[in-house]
Design a protein around this ligand. Sequence first.
Ligand SMILES: C[S@@+](CC[C@H](N)C(=O)[O-])C[C@H]1O[C@@H](n2cnc3c(N)ncnc32)[C@H](O)[C@@H]1O
Length: 226
Amino acid sequence: MANVAYSRASHVRLSPRDLPRFPDTTLFHAVARAVCQAGVLPRKELFEAWEIARRTRRLFRGGRVVDLAGGHGLLAHLMLILDDQSPAALVVDTVPPPSGARVQAALLEAWPRLAGRVQVLAADLRTVPLGPDDVVVASHACGGLTDLVLDRAVDARARVAVLPCCHDLDHERPQPLGGWLDGALEMDVLRAVRLRARGYRVWTQQIPADITPMNRLLIGAPAVTD
Ligand SMILES: C[S@@+](CC[C@H](N)C(=O)[O-])C[C@H]1O[C@@H](n2cnc3c(N)ncnc32)[C@H](O)[C@@H]1O
């Protein structure tokens, strides 16, 4: 980055005033310039979505992208920008925020090939049909929503990547690893273990902690059996 003091965790909205910070010919800077033009997203969301998308795309190519609890849908768009083999993306949110349309318009301006390929659906994520060709992503599906996302993906045998947040640390809940691990970490470890137990290969990764302290990225795909 041009300025090392520039906090990637900032909740301040990116706007056209930030354009000089992203002058390079890299794909990331091109995405950042589009998000600046949109003028609606907190800075943190750009870095977060980018880090999730690029790590997920290193493992999973193609497939329909389904961004559950997707909010503004930047993550879904990035998944298509990073891999044009995916025909389409679906952003599902009970209440899609108005910022989503601005983000989409700015990205379409820069990547016209995305036109008509990203659908936004105002719906509960429990109701959306999923299939084994899907790549399900969820960034900050708060608390138990992350478990719902994982359950939905696994039931469909879809590939999945989640960045959990807002862990619901109900002390009534059994905490088998509580003597070693803090509550949030334990919850994510158990999520990974459950995925494996349901026949998934699991990757545990982290996005940079200077973007968000809730930076554990849990990725899974149905294990290949002979
Ligand atoms: C913290 S926001 C995350 C938004 C986006 N993924 C991001 O990273 O910025 C959580 C989103 O989940 C949505 N949401 C909550 N319950 C949901 C449900 N049952 N089905 C679909 N979306 C839901 C909310 O409307 C909200 O937009």
